[in-house]
Design a binder for this molecule. Sequence first.
Ligand SMILES: Cc1ncc(C[n+]2csc(CCOP(=O)(O)OP(=O)(O)O)c2C)c(N)n1
Ligand SMILES: [Mg+2]
Length: 705
Amino acid sequence: MRVRETPEDRGPAVFPRACHGAPVFSAAYRAMPFPEYPEHLQRRDLRDAASAPTDADLLACYGWMHLARTADNRFLELFRQGLIKGTVTGGQGNEGLCVPIALLLDRAIDVVSWTHRDLGGHLLWSRHFGEIACQYFANAGSPTRAREGNIHHGDPAHRSLPMISHLGAMLSNVLGTTDSQRRRGVPAIGVAFFGDGGSSTGDVHESLNIASLLGLPVVFVIENNQYAYSTPVSEQYAVTSLATRAAGYGMEGIVLETRDTADTLRALHGIFDKVRRTSRPVLIEARTLRLRGHAAYDTCDYLPPGQTEAWQKEDAYARLRERLAGIVPPARLDAIEKANAAFIEAALQAAMKFPPPSTEGMVEDVYANSRDERPWKPGGAPETLTLAQALQRAHHKILSERPESIVMGQDIATYGGPFKVTEHLFAEFGRGRVLNTPLAESATTGYAIGLALGGHRPIVEYQFADFATEATTQILLNAGTYHFRSGAKVPLVLRLPCGGGLTFGSFHSQDLEAMYLHTPGLKLLYPSTPQDAYNALLAAYEDDNPVLLFEHKRLYRGTKGAVAFDPDYRSVWSPRRVRAGTKATVVAWGEMVLLATEAAEYLASEYGHELEVWDLRALAPLQLDPIKASVATTHRLAVIHEGRRNAGFGAELVARIASEQFFDLEAPPLRIASLDTPVPFAPELEAVYRPSRDSIIDQLIRWLE
Ligand SMILES: Cc1ncc(C[n+]2csc(CCOP(=O)(O)OP(=O)(O)O)c2C)c(N)n1
Ligand SMILES: [Mg+2]
């Protein structure tokens, strides 16, 4: 039987929005007012009119389409004059789609992510054109603090999600934020755009599937302008219409011609109404145009002769103007166009007066500097638990005390996950809070990002850390950069069962923390004891940033200890001294802490070498001070990790300490790590691949003596 989500399944409708709704980067126009919008642009909503648009409604729509066309043309000119950096991707030819859509959405509740062809949509959804102009000029008035490219802005506080360049990556975010609204009882819909080119990406397929599976009210809009950069659709896909793909996902597929704006308004009005009522997604293949090539530098030599002229005859903007010219007095159209042009020039002038962007806050803004401060209920008596059980208890606490929490992942519901970390949670909290997801790591992560942007706090389990590579774009480039580029918070916990030693082979055994440490914006915790794992999940959960929680699979059942709610749970963000010593400082994390400690005990008893062992616990942000203080007394540093040696995190730690404390060191620092090979399968081979207690002892002795 097919299970479909109903609104009742989705958990409580209301919960405290502890950290959300907080302002994102401040609006420029508050500091320097831009000109008032002309009178005819005061209408930003045609929802009541669009089922039977009148001439006045069409005129209102034309006003915005003209504004978009004129602004796009002006940006192109300014680029050619060298006043706009990067490039500009124009929406000329797409106004007849994105402007009607923007006029038919409820900006108070709906969710959207515009693309690089949707300046018209941005104009309607943004606070002011002047702010968009500042974004193009990359100056101090930019809503991304000039950190993101010109069309890569949005207004996440008002559910316009800024795109990243990776085509297809925004769809799942729209799913999540729309669902966040619905879970709160708000009758929102989401609109997710992508091009004919973007339609071939995996994220698109994963997102269509998830939206249909969960019954999410999302309108997927393919802006089919027949080209992806220089590649025609004949070289992109083999179906006659992309709308036919909808059937494969169990949703309605619609082809929308956009030549006639009145028809477009009527059709979209009906579609949006139905999606809002039924909470079922639809896929629209909109036939649209790209009149000025891919981007400012595109000479369009690849187009067949006469193509541009043929397109111009199809242009919804020109056709609407022609239609209106036969209905309203020419002076009226003239007045609208002149007022728009004057408005744009005045706004551009005001925008150009902003100074260059400030470099201030660049490093600080990598992370949101906040967390959910609600106190946890004090816990009961300590229990003796494995690390997996400790994590289960922490999940239970979070689900019990935090109604905005949602746990998701593959096989985590009835089955409790392969490592039983989520055992029993589904029975108690139900599908709205403990959600099995399909094999779609990327869109699942993007969906979780969207939920987090909307005010929920998802915890995502990847079945094995190795499979999180399927979601690298969402984790590294989307979640990790969100706060820096928009000021929006993405409170997200990503749980990664990692590590080897269980004969699981190359793709179920890796320890890839170094990969995530190379990109900014993510926090990383890697506990080694049951209590630390419990603490780490609470600390990660309340953080307003994406936090990766590395859980070594051998520790799930290989460690046991007393676990209780620890009021000092946030101490997990700093290193813990596991063992005192004078001969050398040994830094490790995850299972290697246990092996390092065993090795240290052996060296103490057999050689009399007292090593000081530190469990790093938090890999990002890094608190090195206690380690540095230790090195200052022992004068030696060894780092032991299961990740591979080459560009492993040990390299960074050694480099930092060697460069800052060179004169404290009496010997070159030692790195003990896995071999630079794939993880081999056979136990005999894996034992050589990974550091073991004995190989650690050998290397330490050689280094010390
Ligand atoms: C995943 C990904 N691959 C490649 C690119 C480079 N790129 C930017 S736009 C573009 C063409 C996009 O075509 P389409 O999706 O049809 O959108 P259009 O530009 O035609 O509106 C390409 C290949 C990208 N942004 N993302
Ligand atoms: Mg295209």
